[in-house]
Design a protein around this ligand. Sequence first.
Ligand SMILES: [Zn+2]
Length: 446
Amino acid sequence: MKLAIRALLLLSVGSTSIFSGAQARPFPGPDVQQIYQRLLPQIEKIPAFDHHAHPGFADDPDVDAMAAPPNASEALRTRDDNPELAAAAKAMFGYPYSDLSPEHTKWLIDKKAEVKKKNPGTAYFDMVLDKVNIESSVANRAMMPDYLNPKRFPWVFFADSFLWPFNNERETARNGDQGVFIPLQEKMLHRWMQQENVSKLPATFADYLKFISQVLEDNKNNKGGIAMKFEVAYFRPTTFSDPSRTQVEDLYQRYVSGGIPAEREYRTFQDFIFRYLVQEGGRLHLPVHIHSAVGVGDYFNLSQSNIMNLESVLRDPRYTSTTFVMIHGGYPLEREAIWLAAMKNVYLDSSYGEMAQYPSAFKETLKQWLETFPDKITFGTDCFPYNQVLGTEESYWLGAESSRIALAAALAEMISEGEIGEARALELAHAYLHDNAVKLYEGRVQ
Ligand SMILES: [Zn+2]
């Protein structure tokens, strides 16, 4: 029996089509470690496309359109005392210490300044990408800085601020998190107005919609934007009603020049604008990225903002020409979330899952996704310049390393359990790390 299986395995070597092995087994065999050791170096060599990241320096306020509320709780691995960060600093900068004590981290801060000086302009972050073998990385930022090379850092801009044009006093006062988030949305809307030379909000609703479309088109055609991103789950529930245009037109007329809309009225208005943006994403070939996981801030309401609330939008036949990327893959509801990728226009990005979880758990996430819709999942690090010590550089490294390790482990188990062969496993690795995401942008990214 064993020999027969081995013969079938040998037959499958070199085949890139469906593995013609025996029936799948429920446990990996004793070869699983060996397969893992064989796969990992091959997977490390695959140049990746990072589908969700916030690259930049720690003192750059444009790395995100919002900010973390002060004293927000952090999951264990994402705290800045994670000892793995010393390994990250070692890999990136030759950090000679195994802890992150203040005396030691001074070495790191000085070293980064020195490397930055030797690599002026866009060279510094190009070098960071080279070190982690990422060919290109999305820059999901408020605006783009001149120190990121646009060829390797395609821009994903934020679209939420169009939902907040009225007096936001009541929304801002709801809790400490909203007190931080909502004023930043107002600021972002103001920046879009400046960009388009609009001094005040248009008087009519039709012109407001025109203004929104103008920003989208400008961002795409003149500023290198490849997609729009929503982090709406931070600000309000992600269930969207389907109001009529007349209803919303009336709300706009009533509140555009003052007055505080009732919560229900504001939501109704936002529901329409959200759907308008989704439709525009289809018309303009701008994929729509949506934050779909837990989020920073202690008031983040997971039951009101979980990914499954979006199911009625994602499965709406009116939006089949819009490509959706569910950023963070619905974590911690990623097991349910993968079934949303049954829709041909819906993709799941795994970023943050690889940081919130250690590789042993993240491996299970990837394995279940690879076993369900492997052609619909994409890699991302969600890197962010947390502070001068834990910078974009270290978080790129930790995100990329964790993802590659978990990927090699998931595929090794699948091979050892007789689900797929090694050639197919490497195809799946390329698809997840690079090809699936790149295909979405119709030649605009590499
Ligand atoms: Zn992010």
